[in-house]
Ligand binder design. Structure first.
Ligand code: GLU
Length: 296
């Protein structure tokens, strides 16, 4: 029996242009997929029109292209698939794996910010109030093996609230769409930033409830700015300088614990990628967050 082909993906939410931290994630997922003769897909997770913009999407895609990170297949846009996610949410409700929740922010705050769960046992959607749909987690001590960080465990339900899968405003939530698409696109391994590590156990449960086979996970420690915060648009991470793609890739390899030769820093992106593919070792990725050397 042949093993299924490796399929990886890079799935940015277009809240801003590509910054150094997201390039590190894109590059790691690209190199792992290519070094295993697999496919590398790009999916734009544009579910929140209040925080995201088509301009950011264009800039991300142009930037990936400028860094010669070309996806194997057409780019998927989650904004074009809202009906599919809603359909899955309704099916989960019918199967008793998800439920309507009308809890207000105030009610959550009054319960130490945790979801009180009383709506979990109600069998009818509350009327007259906007409702969200939450996935009903089952209590378990989840254990899984992360390919970079090793053995992981999480007390599901003690540490987590039931995740919202359809928001009160009607928007589809990340927790549902990411799993629906990873199943639909046949993703076998997810390489992403360690800020998402704590979503893994719940996504595994959602995946199983949807009838999928959970992928493997590999979480890369996030890149920090000099204040020790994750590089992100919220923390004003600078956009990548697309005029220097080779240098950016060279720096990203450094953050991934690879040891590119000095003279590659001035090479065109294609050459840096060739070197990277030849020398790629996931074992070299540091387990601790690294500081972005360009920010200090
Ligand atoms: N769209 C998510 C983000 O940009 C990443 C999703 C994932 O890799 O699971 O943070």
């Amino acid at each position: 029996m042949t093993s299924p082909i490796y399929r990886g993906r890079f799935a940015p939410s277009p809240t801003g242009p590509l910054h150094f931290g997201s390039l590190v994630t894109a590059l790691a997922s690209y190199l792992e997929a290519h070094s295993r003769q697999g496919h590398w897909l790009v999916r734009i997770e544009d579910l929140d029109p209040l925080r995201e913009s088509p301009e950011a999407t264009d800039r991300i895609l142009n930037s990936l292209q400028g860094h010669q990170l070309h996806p194997d297949g057409t780019v998927r846009y989650q904004s074009e698939r809202l009906e599919v996610y809603r359909h899955h949410a309704e099916r989960l409700v019918e199967q008793g794996r998800a439920y309507y929740c009308a809890c207000s922010r105030k009610e959550l705050a009054a319960n130490n910010g945790r979801h009180p769960w009383h709506c979990r046992d109600g069998d009818k959607p509350p009327t007259g109030r906007p409702v969200a749909i939450r996935f009903a987690l089952h209590a378990e001590e989840a254990r899984w093996q992360d390919r970079i960080l090793g053995e992981q465990h999480q007390q599901v339900r003690a540490e987590l609230d039931d995740p919202v899968i359809i928001r009160k405003e009607g928007f589809v939530a990340y927790q549902l769409a990411v799993v629906v698409d990873d199943i639909d696109q046949g993703i076998t391994e997810i390489v992403r930033g360690s800020d998402l590590l704590e979503t893994t156990a719940q996504q595994r449960q959602i995946c199983l409830a949807l009838g999928g086979t959970p992928p493997q996970w590999a979480h890369i420690p996030v890149v920090l700015n000099e204040q020790g915060q994750k590089l992100s648009k919220q923390n004003h991470a600078p956009a990548l300088d697309d005029e220097q793609p080779g240098r950016n890739l060279w720096r990203a390899l450094g953050a991934l614990g690879q040891q590119p030769e000095e003279d590659l820093a001035a090479a065109p992106p294609q050459r840096v990628l060739e070197w990277a593919l030849e020398h790629w070792s996931m074992a070299g990725i540091p387990h601790q967050s690294t500081m972005d050397s360009a920010t200090h």
